[in-house]
Design a protein around this ligand. Structure first.
Ligand code: HEC
Length: 246
């Protein structure tokens, strides 16, 4: 074998894999047009382009390595359904059931789909809904709750369980993002997002812009909106499944 054939062989084996697994899928998926909810002329678009502050938040999310521990992907049912995991796949209560697996259109308009590397922390696909629920239980706003989590994930007082009991989160290994906060002199009424912690008199700990932008991004994570009918591949709920069997 000459060196020439060795090089050709090497390029073929790596190049072909790169072409099929990266170049072609990227070209196909990078510019998907928005999907309409139905075939009608004036039907709404499934999801408008994600833009501005939310995209900046996604960059901060990526830059701080959140994706190394958090996924944003509710697995397709053929890979092990996660619909049953509480608050993971959407809202499920007596009135509504929005749970569904993730679809690639969920990432429409985002530069990178943050599907994540591992799932050491909980999946964040529907974190926005959970934050709303925490907020309702604690009396804080969802924004305040998230900011407090970023500052100190081990602050167990912020985490309330289903029945309103406190859950011990002192074990949390979500890294604290102290670099996104600073201690500032208290001016006027102070910052509405200042942390509720003891500081030196006349100072308060406030989130820097990046913590605010990251929080706004996290709060938009509600990937359970209705899908156009043709794309809705959520498993049938048990009632419907039982009806189908007959
Ligand atoms: C070392 C792994 C790790 C990294 C990196 C990490 N997290 Fe976490 N995260 C966790 C774990 C474990 C939990 C569950 C414990 C808890 O709720 O504190 C968690 C919980 C959370 C929660 C609460 C989720 C819920 O449903 O209650 C949020 C929000 C969060 N992380 C955001 C982030 C953000 C934003 C980043 C990046 C700045 C990040 N995490 C980086 C491990 C990680």
């Amino acid at each position: 074998m000459t060196f020439k054939y060795f090089l050709i062989g090497m390029f073929a084996s790596f190049g072909l894999a790169w072409l099929c697994m990266i170049a072609i899928p990227t070209a196909k998926m990078a510019s998907l047009p928005p999907v309409k909810m139905s075939g009608e002329e004036d039907a709404e678009y499934y999801q408008r382009k994600t833009s501005g502050r939310v995209l900046n938040g996604a960059q901060i999310y990526a830059a701080n390595g959140c994706y190394t521990c958090h996924s944003q992907l509710i697995r397709p049912t053929y890979l092990g359904s996660q619909i049953f995991r509480k608050d993971f796949a959407g809202i499920s209560n007596a009135d509504v059931d929005t749970r569904r697996e993730t679809h690639y259109d969920d990432y429409l308009g985002e530069k990178y789909a943050q599907i994540g590397l591992t799932r050491m922390g909980p999946d964040l696909s529907n974190y926005g809904h959970r934050a709303d629920a925490y907020a309702a239980k604690t009396g804080m706003s969802a924004e305040q709750w998230t900011i407090a989590h970023l500052y100190n994930p081990r602050n167990q007082k912020l985490q309330l369980g289903d029945q309103g009991e406190e859950i011990d989160m002192t074990w949390s290994n979500c890294p604290s993002q102290l670099q996104m906060f600073k201690e500032k002199d208290l001016v006027g009424q102070g910052d509405s997002l200042a942390l509720n912690i003891n500081t030196v008199a006349m100072t308060q700990v406030v989130p820097l812009e990046q913590a605010r932008v990251l929080t706004d991004y996290l709060l938009t994570l509600k990937r359970d909106s209705a899908l156009p009918e043709s794309m809705n591949n959520a498993p049938k709920n048990s009632g419907a499944a039982a009806a189908d069997v007959k």
